[in-house]
Design a protein around this ligand. Sequence first.
Ligand SMILES: NC(=O)c1ccc[n+]([C@@H]2O[C@H](COP(=O)([O-])OP(=O)(O)OC[C@H]3O[C@@H](n4cnc5c(N)ncnc54)[C@H](OP(=O)(O)O)[C@@H]3O)[C@@H](O)[C@H]2O)c1
Length: 344
Amino acid sequence: MKTAVLHIGIGNVGRELLEQVTTYGSDLVYHGLFDVAGGLFAADGLTSSQLHAFPENADKAVAALDCVDQMTDPFILVDTTAINLTLPVMKAALQRGGAVTMSNKKPLTGSQADWDELHALGGNRLFYETSVGAGLPVISTLKSLLATGDEIVEIQGCFSGTLGYIFSELETGTSFSAAVTQAKALGFTEPDPRDDLSGMDVARKVLILSRVLGKKLEINDVAVEKLYSDALADLAPEDFIKQVSTLDSEYAQKATDAKQAGNVLRYVATVSPTEHSVRLMAVPATSDIGGLHGPDNIIVIKTKRYLDNPLIVKGPGAGVPVTAAGVFADCLAAELVLKGEHAL
Ligand SMILES: NC(=O)c1ccc[n+]([C@@H]2O[C@H](COP(=O)([O-])OP(=O)(O)OC[C@H]3O[C@@H](n4cnc5c(N)ncnc54)[C@H](OP(=O)(O)O)[C@@H]3O)[C@@H](O)[C@H]2O)c1
């Protein structure tokens, strides 16, 4: 039995996912593709030439929500957009008995009420492994720990490849402004680096992890330390880049102070019974988090069972092939659930 795929957001991750699924996902058949340009839908499946011609052959009048309403066979709705407008389509897909997979964090980081509704509708048909740590097994690890009766004591980690790169550079004597400029040139930052330096992307990941643990909270409940001064907050992006060097001496001092104490600076996310935060910390250079270099991510999970020797997941926390593969793996898990062959 084949499983139909309706896929919204054919950008970097979406295009790679399409490639991976059509190459390796023998029982997954694309029935719909949707992007800003419009949609493409065929009730009996799209041909490979139709898929490869997208978005040139997209039709403005074909909308994902209407196509979901036409689905009768088992299907998976995939969201690889970066927008906060896909929640209604997801809810409709789940109500119709479909499964939902996503790399997009936005549907998961709105109100607690939306999270609750999505999970009440979705149950085990809702997958978002790549929303934290891209292809790394973070969400599934937490869910397995919880399902087997373990208790999470504390989660700490670094979930921003961009900030990881910047603070690793600082250790080698590079100035803050040079590190930011290099990260931008390497394509690690958003077009406006303040989108990374604000800490909000990491805060969204803290919100998702906290909610997976069953906590009820909103994004404003996460304490966020942003990495630039208020004076630089309202500048145009090109002026921000010109003036970011005004932060150099402050960060050079922090890096020097940290080094003298045997520490390094890391932008750390913490989830514990008393804390939901993202902030710059000086951590021992010899610690697991201190030993992280460059854009890699790490999550250190302390539980009742993994207390003295925490469970650690570490590796690339971004990247198109690994993220697409993570969504693909979620699609394969969703396929098993829809076929009634998967218990968790
Ligand atoms: N790249 C990574 O390493 C990584 C890792 C983990 C998670 N993610 C998440 O994965 C998602 C996709 O990332 P990406 O790098 O592939 O981003 P991207 O290249 O910007 O892709 C997003 C796609 O969604 C499309 N889109 C925008 N508005 C839409 C709408 N109203 N309806 C349908 N499609 C719409 C965009 O079209 P336009 O380009 O025409 O606007 C674009 O094709 C993001 O949420 C990102 O945070 C990415």
